[in-house]
Ligand binder design. Structure first.
Ligand code: ZN
Ligand code: ZN
Length: 174
């Protein structure tokens, strides 16, 4: 395997993870209900709280911030591993997906980000605070992806989220 192929596979994994964070975040924001069993209190309620108090989750610990993304990454990654076998892109997608909320945390608290995160931010592979702040502006309907600065401009430009919403019954919206 060449270095270029290694880099491209790692990039593909990161972008896949970024896209999936956007999809799940959009579903949580637009269709999630706090009244749902299990997912309501564990996922939807903290997500709503984050819109109202963006810094509340920064006061929790590493495990508390990341366990839901780690579980989701496992639930998606393990079937993919069984189908496609081990690969660099899948490993990167799993790692970045499992740590997506930590990257999100570093967007809110850049002074607490490690050196590697600052290096990734310099090339757009991690969001600076200003980029993620676009999602926090009401009505929270853009910039759903939380990892890179690469996908959000494209997905918002083509109106992916509003197009998907037109395909789904309006009564499903939260
Ligand atoms: Zn949101
Ligand atoms: Zn945020």
């Amino acid at each position: 395997m060449t270095v270029l192929s290694l880099i491209l596979q790692a990039l593909a994994g990161l972008l896949l993870a970024d896209f999936l964070t956007g999809v799940f975040h959009w579903l949580e924001d637009r269709y999630g209900r706090e009244s749902w069993p299990v997912l309501g209190p564990l996922v939807i309620a903290p997500n709503r709280l984050h819109h109202e108090q963006p810094l509340a989750f920064t006061r929790s610990g590493f495990l508390s911030r990341n366990w839901t993304c780690a579980v989701a990454a496992g639930l998606i990654g393990l079937p993919l591993l069984a189908v496609s076998g081990p690969s660099i892109w899948l490993a990167m997608a799993f790692v970045f997906g499992a740590l997506a909320n930590e990257f999100h945390f570093w967007s809110h608290c850049p002074d607490r980000a490690p050196t590697i995160a600052h290096m990734l931010r310099a090339i757009g592979l991690m969001q600076p605070r200003g980029h993620h702040a676009r999602h926090h502006a009401a009505p929270h309907d853009r910039c759903y992806c939380v990892l890179t600065t690469w996908l959000n401009p494209l997905l918002d430009h083509i109106g992916l989220w509003s197009r998907l919403e037109r395909l789904l019954p309006k009564r499903w919206q939260a």
